[in-house]
Write a protein that binds this ligand. Structure first.
Ligand SMILES: Nc1ncnc2c1ncn2[C@@H]1O[C@H](COP(=O)(O)OP(=O)(O)OP(=O)(O)O)[C@@H](O)[C@H]1O
Length: 269
């Protein structure tokens, strides 16, 4: 007997600006099962619907039809706030998901209290401070000494590593990463990606990660999906994925998009 999927998308569809001249059918009866232990990289051209897919899972976009289940629950009609405790998210912009005018400690305290009754005493206890230091120290960025620094004053890489900690601190059922290293310089991006991998493996977090970097899409995760015009056109995992080269990915994409002459540029974004 196979385990039940952690996330199950059944024929989800989304059209923006329905009934107008700008009507845009972005997700087209898309189905996908994410299993326990899946770290899925998502690639696809600009506008193929990658972010809309993650937005639909997180609930800040509600789908027009189809069904979304997270573990046992049908969350299709639940708003973002009602899914927040179950879904951790990191965006491209290092400031999204954090309060830039609050300190590192206060931000971490907010994440720690997610799903609990609100309290104004952010990051006040010494025990909590020690806990945050123990989380920050292994990052090797010296952040354990900057708990009282304003979040907005840190570098992009420092902020993104804290955002990642905040998104995973309460062990969500799913982790969604939307090009979370795209705004960083290559070296910092590599640091954050290896931190991501470490957290995902350590916490055994089912993860979906959008990237425009083909090498990263192939290197990270056990599974890779490719989107085109609102559908999943390639889904490879295990050994099959491990054997792929960037050239193979380009060929798969061309095959899947019927040799569209712009497909390479579209894929790389
Ligand atoms: N809230 C929205 N309202 C209207 N249109 C939207 C909205 N969100 C996305 N779209 C449109 O849906 C299409 C798909 O966008 P989406 O961001 O999902 O693509 P993507 O594959 O993530 O692209 P990229 O790689 O460029 O980030 C685009 O044409 C976009 O303009």
């Amino acid at each position: 007997m196979t385990d039940q999927p952690v996330l199950s998308l059944k024929e989800i569809s989304k059209t923006f600006q329905k009934g107008t001249a700008n009507e845009n059918h972005v997700l087209k009866a898309l189905s996908l099962d994410v299993n326990k232990g899946d770290f899925i990289t998502i690639i696809g051209g600009n506008g193929s619907g990658k972010s809309t897919l993650l937005n639909s899972i997180a609930g800040n976009v509600l789908v027009d039809s189809g069904q979304i289940n997270i573990n046992d629950d049908d969350v299709t009609k639940l708003k973002e706030e009602r899914r927040a405790g179950r879904v951790g998210r990191v965006f491209q912009d290092p400031l999204m998901g954090t309060a830039p005018r609050m300190t590192v400690g206060e931000n971490l305290a907010i994440a720690l209290r997610r799903g609990q009754r609100r309290t104004l005493k952010f990051g006040s206890s010494a025990k909590e401070q020690d806990y945050f230091k123990s989380l920050l120290e292994p990052l090797g960025l010296g952040l354990e000494n900057r708990l009282t620094a304003e979040m907005g004053l840190l570098s992009g890489g420092q902020r993104q590593s804290i955002t990642l900690l905040m998104a995973t601190m309460k062990r969500p059922e799913l982790l969604l990463l939307d090009e979370h290293t795209a705004a960083l310089d290559p070296k910092t991006a590599e640091t954050i990606l290896s931190l991501t991998n470490q957290i995902v493996e350590q916490e055994q977090l089912p993860t979906l990660m959008i990237t425009h970097n083909m090498q990263d899409a192939l290197y990270y995760g056990n599974r890779m999906i490719m989107m085109n015009r609102g559908q999943v056109v390639v889904d490879v995992s295990g050994e099959e994925k491990a054997q792929l080269t960037v050239q193979d990915v380009m060929e798969l994409f061309q095959k899947a998009t019927a040799g569209n002459q712009f497909s390479n540029e579209m894929l790389l974004g």
